[in-house]
Design a protein around this ligand. Structure first.
Ligand code: PLP
Length: 410
């Protein structure tokens, strides 16, 4: 969002008009931001065979997936449902990497039958796989290099207590199983979580992957997952993608030389591609003054954006109805019967009942983690593409909530 003539606008469209036209709560995605991010990532790895596998759990709307595909990104799916949605959005099976964790073997077989690339993150699954497919279906192996990415255990997946990946310490066991069943391994993967601060952490993980790679003669790609950090507030440290490109590119080229072949390098960004492209527009229902604070209560809550309550994530909030208002301190809360705070003690332009607030960085893990808690409808979604607003998901109705319920006639 940028302020033009005292109006918050996205792609030249007044955000208040969007709230008026489509109602609130409303997720708004700026397609130009998404495509910009894809281009930025591409430009950071100029002379490499790099593939972007968008982690669609971050935002799985069909129109977003189609936009990604149009821009040359491919897909990382973590459930068979995401695989099916990806296929529906037009991705070829070979463009989809299926990276499940703790799913049944039958779900993996289903994905094999659909023809997608399978990423295996458990030795017992690998044994099932070997029994069933031998060397007829090539796979990728998800390794856990035990790199602690950032400090937040909730979003870090590389630590020793993590349930993700096959521990690098199990290499001997892993290789035994692979040789016994003659499984063909075409890729190695790591994803150490969503809080990698700098290129160095990536490089440490990469080094471990490089070292492991020599035991796998059939590799076609190395997948470094994600963990690109984006700014949620001013002053946040973010991943310098160009520094990463330069450093990792150099290390990767040296590795390929030793390995004897040029491999592809894959990434699976979620947040990086969509977080900043999204805002959640909400309407202020009430201003409530208590002995302790002034609450602004809005027509949304943790049912629509759970990150603040689940991860203590900071999301900047601005009052787009009153850009030049005097600054006051508010605690912005939702309408859910639960403590659902969007922002604590925020200094923002004076909020009046009816004002529209924009919650920023809502593109990733916003709608995709939304629920119907309190029997509320999930928000509508709009995409701004080439200066026009497109409704890409209708607001729900009571029908949607009652849809699968079966009533007992007492
Ligand atoms: C969630 C996830 C990602 C994306 O993480 P971001 O922090 O959103 O970039 C990538 N790969 C895998 C396997 C994931 O589970």
């Amino acid at each position: 969002m940028e302020i033009i003539n005292n109006r918050y606008t996205i792609q030249g469209i007044d955000a208040l008009d969007l709230a008026g036209e489509f109602g609130t709560p409303l997720y708004v995605y700026d397609a130009a931001k998404i495509t910009g991010r894809i281009e930025e990532l591409k430009s950071a790895f100029p002379d490499m065979n790099m593939k972007i596998k968008f982690a669609c759990k971050a935002l799985s709307n069909l129109s977003v997936l189609k936009l990604m595909r149009k821009q040359g990104a491919e897909l990382d799916a973590v459930s068979i449902q995401e695989v099916l949605i990806g296929l529906k959005a037009g991705y070829k099976p070979s463009e989809i990497l299926f990276t499940p964790n703790c799913v049944s073997f039958s779900e993996i077989k289903e994905a094999v039958n659909l023809g997608v690339v399978i990423n295996i993150d458990n030795i017992s699954i690998l044994e099932h796989f070997g029994n069933e497919f031998r060397d007829s279906v090539p796979v990728c192996i998800r390794l856990n290099p035990h790199i602690m990415a950032g400090g937040n255990k909730k979003i870090s997946t590389g630590h020793v207590d993590s349930k993700f990946g096959i521990s690098i310490l199990q290499m001997r066991h892993l290789l035994r199983v692979i040789h016994n069943y003659k499984v063909k391994v075409i890729g190695l993967h790591m994803h150490t979580g969503s809080d990698i601060l700098d290129a160095e952490v990536f490089l440490r993980g990469a080094d471990i992957l490089f070292e492991a790679a020599y035991d796998f003669p059939d590799l076609q790609f190395l997948d470094f997952g994600s963990g690109f950090k984006v700014a949620y507030q001013e002053g946040d440290v973010t991943t310098d993608i160009h520094e990463l490109g330069a450093k990792l590119g150099k290390a990767f080229k040296a590795f390929c030389k030793n390995y004897g072949r040029k491999l592809e390098v894959w990434f699976e960004p979620g947040k990086f591609l969509v977080s900043e492209a999204g805002v959640l527009l909400v309407r202020t229902n009430v201003i409530k003054t208590t002995p302790a604070t002034v609450f602004a209560g809005v027509d949304s809550g943790m049912n629509h954006l759970i990150r603040p309550m689940m991860y203590e994530a900071y999301h900047e909030i601005v009052n787009i109805s009153n850009p030049n208002g005097v600054k006051r301190i508010y605690t912005v809360v939702g309408y859910i019967c639960e403590t659902d705070t969007f922002g604590l003690d925020r200094r923002m332009s004076e909020i009046r009942e009816g004002d529209i607030l924009a919650i920023k960085n809502a593109g990733a893990y916003g709608f995709s983690m939304a629920s119907n808690y309190n029997s509320r409808f999930r928000p509508a979604e709009v995409m701004l593409y080439e200066g026009k607003a497109f409704l890409i998901r209708k607001r729900e109705t009571l029908e949607d909530i009652l849809n699968n319920q079966v009533e007992i006639e007492f």
